[in-house]
Design a protein around this ligand. Structure first.
Ligand SMILES: *[C@@H]1O[C@H](CO)[C@@H](O)[C@H](O)[C@H]1NC(C)=O
Ligand SMILES: *[C@@H]1O[C@H](CO)[C@@H](O)[C@H](O)[C@H]1NC(C)=O
Ligand SMILES: *[C@@H]1O[C@H](CO)[C@@H](O)[C@H](O)[C@H]1NC(C)=O
Ligand SMILES: *[C@@H]1O[C@H](CO)[C@@H](O)[C@H](O)[C@H]1NC(C)=O
Ligand SMILES: *[C@@H]1O[C@H](CO)[C@@H](O)[C@H](O)[C@H]1NC(C)=O
Ligand SMILES: *[C@@H]1O[C@H](CO)[C@@H](O)[C@H](O)[C@H]1NC(C)=O
Ligand SMILES: *[C@@H]1O[C@H](CO)[C@@H](O)[C@H](O)[C@H]1NC(C)=O
Ligand SMILES: *[C@@H]1O[C@H](CO)[C@@H](O)[C@H](O)[C@H]1NC(C)=O
Length: 735
């Protein structure tokens, strides 16, 4: 024991003397100093190249974190970046929760154990395609609050949360030998409230200065005491590098989000090519960047109700590690090679900035001078030859005609040996995984219908009440219920509801399902839902119970000043010309959540609280219906469920939530993914799986599974056409 310890200390000591400290391993356990100069973040006064990736702790589970950290380290990261998610830590005002997926200190410890630094982006507004951008829904009810702007209510709430997080992570700060070297206040603030920016700055300068680490503000306005950083697809090509060197010559260049983008429901799966990511990362380090973070490195999954409006349960699946935790090849290996090259040459790269030297290109008849071909040289080792042009051409460098693919970077040593080519991924296998069935349907299901009328408590009011005011987003379901006497009953009755984007509404009359409306925009705002319902079998002048089940399809992540996210019914309801409002004799009842949720029938304890029907085929195609079954993992192909994840194959279902041993896998939806004529957005170049479901497989974290007797529960709101097809598969790494 003691001898081993002694050897380790010696090795650490040697590393520390002869190389710049590039990993947390070189400093762990003892207080160290973090600062910055014009070129880089410095650790104990030594410039340090930070190769980072975003991994959001609640988008995976404690049982996955050590695996993900180990993969990150092996792939060539030395820094992990995460936001802090206010709405999972403070679901109810004043009650802080750091358990389970919210166990931030465990996550920080896992990063430290893997030898990774941490950049903690506290926000507390985080955007992140996360419900409400991380803000607790109950903040809507704070008197006089206006988010992210200079007002007492917001600043007091923000300050209180930020201070409590800083206190909580104190043992993990660099000054205490922990991995946290950088922190972030606010997030992509692009408003025009300078007083608020200054307030953020004064918070950093005054109350947060005892953290003794640099603070950043990203992609927007930055307070003087913080470093402004880039979020983009390519921070060189979009001019950010030039503007930063001009505007902030004393501050280093940090790329907080190299975007992997995200996936909306109803669209085909969008991808960013490996060549484009590789080009942008290489150009960044060429141009003088000293911190680069993939957003995401592992996107993970939006379990429970954490996805933002219209966003799929898998998050940023096409980044370096897939949502299910398997490496995304050839991206994973191609970028790993670059990262190791950059790390190996960090000392030379960080000595100084290099200047962009234009190179001639062969225009077909002569060598032509332009601005899109250039080299950044870092003698005595690395030369980054870059071609920004949209075509492949020859570039003259050191009297050699170098063939450059469109938008690519080639890295050479002094002898013009090619060390890496952003455009060349040949030789990296991309079909590195295969899917094997491990539990084949039909499972031994039982079914239970969610009651339409229940004795759960209700709130009554003459007019419908906005959903979040009642639910605080603790459930995505709210029943609106009212007695009506229909004036007319037609086969084509138009029902109109003033509702919100990313919201579904299911309509019932006396317990009979009549139809639904849904909008799954990745957006917010009000709209009028218009549906035609067949009421011809009902009688006029007779009283019925009219019900609307409102289902939130996510709170939008864009939150700004004087802008509140709302859900459910936000105005009037009409049945043809009949306005269902302000009738003291017919009040609206509001029931928060489902009976099945209230009884937690998806848990071991709650399952027996209702009478399940073993004739499960009776539940086929029936709205608001639960299914439950048990399964064993007898046929796993591999034992390690982090490296070889188990997924729910949701084929045969429609829309709803699936639970494994009481854990909510997130929204599943077999909605078809439509391909657009051109790449859907931003950093994305293509779409795949046109007309297939946007997401068919849903990740089950390793720590939610047991070898035997797992409880699977499904709640399908639209009605599952073929629950017998549901099964489990394992994705196995074969390469
Ligand atoms: C967080 O994880 C640590 C280590 O597993 C554990 O000791 C601690 O109790 C957890 N915190 C909470 C609040 O569950
Ligand atoms: C909210 O603003 C109103 C009008 O400015 C003020 O009268 C009231 O005291 C404020 N409420 C709180 C809780 O600050
Ligand atoms: C920030 O710096 C600018 C330029 O030096 C200065 O004009 C401004 O007053 C500073 N703001 C604060 C809040 O110190
Ligand atoms: C750094 O590079 C600049 C030109 O980019 C040069 O003017 C300066 O002398 C260099 N500094 C050192 C210390 O080499
Ligand atoms: C390109 O630039 C070089 C160096 O400035 C110059 O000698 C050469 O004449 C230029 N060539 C053309 C085609 O403009
Ligand atoms: C330079 O290489 C390109 C192909 O990479 C070729 O098309 C071009 O003819 C070459 N030019 C010269 C002068 O050799
Ligand atoms: C790409 O790399 C492979 C080696 O991995 C090499 O054989 C091949 O020539 C390269 N292709 C190009 C176009 O440079
Ligand atoms: C509808 O009317 C019945 C009596 O006719 C009453 O018992 C029930 O509570 C009413 N429902 C609602 C939602 O007001």
């Amino acid at each position: 024991m003691h001898l081993l310890f002694f050897v380790c200390v010696c090795l650490n000591f040697l590393t520390y003397i002869f190389t710049s400290p590039i990993t947390y391993e070189d400093v762990r356990g003892t207080p160290y100093k973090v600062s910055y100069d014009n070129r880089a973040i410095t650790i104990n006064d030594v410039r340090t190249m930070l190769i980072a990736g975003a991994i959001h702790y609640p988008r995976s589970t404690p049982g996955m974190w050590p695996y993900i950290m180990k993969m990150a380290k092996n792939q060539g990261l030395n820094t992990v970046q995460t936001y802090v998610f206010w709405n999972i830590h403070e679901q109810r005002p004043g009650v802080l929760d750091f358990s389970g997926r919210a166990n931030l200190s465990q996550f920080l410890q896992d990063a430290a154990d893997a030898g990774l630094f941490v950049n903690l982006r506290i926000g507390p507004y985080v955007c992140a395609e996360w419900a409400n951008g991380g803000l607790p829904a109950w903040l809507n009810q704070v008197p006089n609050i206006s988010f992210r702007s200079h007002n007492q209510a917001w600043e007091a709430a923000m300050r209180k949360f930020v201070m409590s997080i800083v206190e909580y992570v104190n043992p993990y700060l660099a000054k205490n030998g922990g991995p946290i070297i950088l922190a972030q206040i606010e997030n992509e603030y692009n408003g025009d409230d300078q007083a608020y920016v200054d307030w953020c700055g004064s918070l950093v300068t005054n109350e947060l200065s005892s953290t003794d680490i640099p603070w950043i503000m990203c992609n927007g306005r930055a307070a003087n005491s913080t470093i402004e950083t880039c979020n983009s697809c390519n921070c060189l090509d979009d001019g950010w590098i030039d503007h930063h060197r001009h505007d902030y010559p004393d501050k280093p260049m940090l790329f907080t989000e190299n975007e992997g983008w995200f996936q909306p429901w109803g669209q085909a799966v969008a991808i960013r090519t490996t060549a484009d990511v590789a080009y942008s990362v290489a150009e960044w380090f060429a141009g003088g960047g000293s911190y680069h973070a993939y957003y995401m490195w592992h996107g993970g999954n939006n379990y429970g109700n954490t996805a933002a409006s219209g966003i799929t349960t898998m998050y940023a699946d096409d980044v370096l590690l897939h949502a299910d935790g398997t490496p995304n090849e050839p991206k994973y290996t191609q970028l790993s090679r670059l990262q190791h090259l950059i790390a190996d040459h960090a000392e030379v790269l960080l000595r100084n900035y290099s200047t962009r030297t234009p190179l001639p290109w062969w225009d077909g008849t002569k060598w032509s001078n332009g601005t899109q071909q250039f080299v950044y040289s870092y003698p005595p080792a690395l030369h980054f030859v870059c071609n920004q042009a949209d075509k492949t051409l020859g570039v003259l460098f050191h009297n050699q005609n170098i063939s450059m693919t469109s938008q690519s970077v080639r890295i050479f040593d002094d002898n013009l040996n090619l060390l890496w080519d952003s455009a060349n991924v040949s030789g990296i296998p991309s079909d590195n995984t295969e899917i094997f069935p491990v539990v084949i349907g039909p499972l031994d299901w039982q079914t239970w219908s969610e009651p339409v009328i229940s004795n759960l408590p209700v709130v009554t009011s003459p007019n419908p009440i906005e959903q979040l005011k009642i639910t605080n987003d603790e459930t995505i379901y709210l029943w609106y219920r009212r007695n009506i006497t229909l004036t007319q009953t037609q086969s084509h009755t138009i029902v109109q509801v003033e509702t919100r984007r990313a919201n579904a509404l299911l309509f019932f009359l006396d317990g009979d399902y009549l139809g639904e409306f849904d909008n799954h925009d990745h957006d917010q705002g009000s709209l009028t839902a218009t549906v035609a319902l067949d009421l011809s079998t009902y009688k006029p002048n007779q009283q019925y119970t009219f019900e609307i089940l409102s289902i939130s399809l996510g709170l939008n992540n864009g939150v700004s000043e004087n802008n509140f996210e709302h859900k459910g019914i936000v105005g009037n309801v009409w049945i043809n010309d009949q306005l269902l409002a302000n009738d003291e004799a017919n009040l609206w009842e509001h029931q928060k959540g489902l009976v099945g949720e209230f009884l937690q029938i998806y848990t071991e304890q709650g399952s027996s609280r209702v009478e399940w029907n073993p004739q499960w085929t009776k539940g086929i195609n029936k709205q608001i219906t639960w299914f439950q079954a048990r399964f064993n993992l007898d046929h796993l192909v591999r034992e390690d469920l982090n490296a070889n994840p188990v997924l729910l194959d949701a084929r045969g279902l429609n829309r709803g939530h699936a639970f494994i041993n009481g854990n909510d896998l997130g929204l599943y939806w077999l909605i078809q993914g439509i391909c657009q004529d051109k790449a859907p957005c931003c950093c994305q170049q293509a779409q795949i799986n046109c007309l297939e479901p946007t997401q068919r497989y849903y990740h089950i974290p390793s720590d939610w599974l047991m070898p035997k007797n797992n409880l699977i529960t499904i709640f399908d709101d639209l009605g599952a056409p073929s629950p017998g097809s549901v099964g489990l598969v394992q994705r196995v790494i074969i390469a």
